[in-house]
Structures are given as structure tokens and as C-alpha cells.
Design a protein around this ligand. Structure first.
Ligand code: HEM
Length: 208
């Protein structure tokens, strides 16, 4: 039959609104790191809230949102990627094996980024949701560390190990995001479908 292909709903509203909220929150947190601390923290809390909701939805949510729908194991991820290189990867309605693995990697790295950020906030300023669990470093220790580091760095503000870990998680996440977007573009070309539009409308063609 000619005309528009039949479509089915693949991504529910929670997945779609969650995705684009996450994109805005991560971008805001990334560009405000270092100066607009309050905005940075709030953007980080939005990412943390997204993660909590997404994990619950991954367990109890609708069809393609469930973790069991896109957990394929390493063998199938490798097979999918090598099929992709040979232009013969089969199309998946939900996340492909490689797309699914990337979702898990992103969620884990985002969790690492938010937890280390909140731990740093608690340890340096005694603030935030983890302040009840993590003790603030004593002023004496902070002053000592600052003066030691100032000697080594020539007067620049020193970074704590937690802060460095937080930045490492954020930068690894950014690299994953670049691969994620590249993967979306390549899969869209190979399967001749607009996956980004699918993440907006929630609908994809029902067959190849
Ligand atoms: C901060 C940047 C981004 C992060 C952290 C991110 C994260 C994610 C996550 C976690 C999912 C899984 C959604 C779910 O199952 O709930 C996903 C899927 C998806 N994302 Fe992103 N994303 C980002 C940027 C983008 C951008 C810029 C685009 C558009 C080019 C995009 C397009 C998509 C698409 C099309 C899917 C569905 C993939 C599929 O069909 O299997 N993402 N993303």
C-alpha cells in the first residue's frame, strides 16, 4: 500500500518527556559547572530525580521502557555491531542491543556523576541530601589541604579527590553521549527511519 507507513506507539510519554528533560538538565549542569553553582546543583537534582523515576519505570513500566526489553548481553551487542558494519543489522522496534547497552552505560555514569556531586557538596559545604551521611571535612583539614595544594599549584584553588571523580564521571558521560547521538544518526540512516522524531512523537513504523 502506498502513502504513509502504519505506525505503532513505542515510547510512552514518561520515557519521552524524561529523555528531553534529561538532555536539558545535563546540558545545563555541564555548562554551569564551576561558576553558577546554584543552577548547577538544581540541574543535577533534576538528573537525579530522572534517574530514580527511570529506574522504577524500568522495572514496572510499559513494554519497551522495561529493562528486560533491552537487556541483551554482550554477545548480542557484539553481533549487532558487527552486523551494523556489514549493513545487515536487523531493525528493532524498541532499543537495539547496542542502543540498550548504551542506555545502561548512560544511566550508570549519570548515577555516578550525581552521587559524587552530592557527596562533594556534603563533604566540602555540609549541604545537600547526603549531608546526613557524609561528614563535612573539618575546616582545619580543608585549610591544611588548601595551603599544601596552593604551594603545588601556584595559588590556584585546589580540587578534592571527590571533585575530580565527579568531573571524571561527567566527562565520561559526555563522551558516551557523543557515541549515543552518533549511534542514533547511524541507525536512522541504516534503517531509513527518523529515530529522533520517534523520541518526540513516541511512534515508529510498525514494519521495515
Ligand atoms: C544529554 C544528552 C543525552 C542523554 C543523557 C541521553 C540519554 C538517553 C537515554 C537514557 C535514552 C533511553 C531512553 C529511555 O529508554 O528512557 C535515550 C534514548 C534516545 N535518545 Fe538520547 N540522550 C541524550 C541526547 C540525545 C540527543 C541530542 C538525541 C538526538 C539526536 C537523542 C536521541 C535519542 C533517541 C532517538 C533515543 C531512542 C533510541 C532508540 O531508538 O533506541 N538523545 N537517550
Amino acid at each position: 500500500m502506498e502513502g504513509r507507513p502504519e505506525t505503532v506507539r513505542v515510547w510512552d510519554p514518561l520515557v519521552r518527556i524524561g529523555h528531553w528533560t534529561l538532555v536539558a538538565a545535563f546540558a545545563t549542569a555541564y555548562v554551569t559547572a564551576g561558576d553558577a553553582l546554584e543552577m548547577h546543583e538544581w540541574a543535577g537534582y533534576v538528573v537525579a530525580a530522572y534517574l530514580i523515576v527511570r529506574v522504577i519505570w524500568g522495572i514496572v513500566g510499559a513494554d519497551h521502557a522495561r529493562f528486560t526489553d533491552f537487556f541483551y548481553g554482550p554477545r548480542r551487542v557484539i553481533t549487532y555491531l558487527s552486523d551494523m558494519i556489514r549493513h545487515r543489522a536487523r531493525r528493532y522496534l524498541g532499543h537495539s542491543p547496542a542502543g540498550g547497552a548504551m542506555v545502561f552505560a548512560l544511566l550508570i555514569m549519570l548515577a555516578g556523576t550525581t552521587v559524587t556531586g552530592m557527596a562533594e557538596l556534603a563533604s566540602s559545604y555540609g549541604e545537600g541530601p547526603l549531608s546526613g551521611l557524609i561528614q563535612q571535612r573539618s575546616e582545619h583539614l580543608q585549610a591544611q589541604a588548601s595551603s599544601d595544594a596552593a604551594v603545588q599549584t601556584g595559588g590556584e584553588e585546589p580540587e578534592s579527590a571527590l571533585q575530580e571523580l565527579h568531573e571524571l564521571f561527567a566527562n565520561v558521560t559526555l563522551v558516551l553521549i557523543l557515541f549515543h547521538v552518533a549511534g542514533v544518526v547511524v541507525a536512522s540512516i541504516l534503517h531509513r527511519e527518523n529515530l529522533v522524531l520517534g523520541m518526540v512523537t513516541g511512534r515508529k513504523a510498525s514494519h521495515d
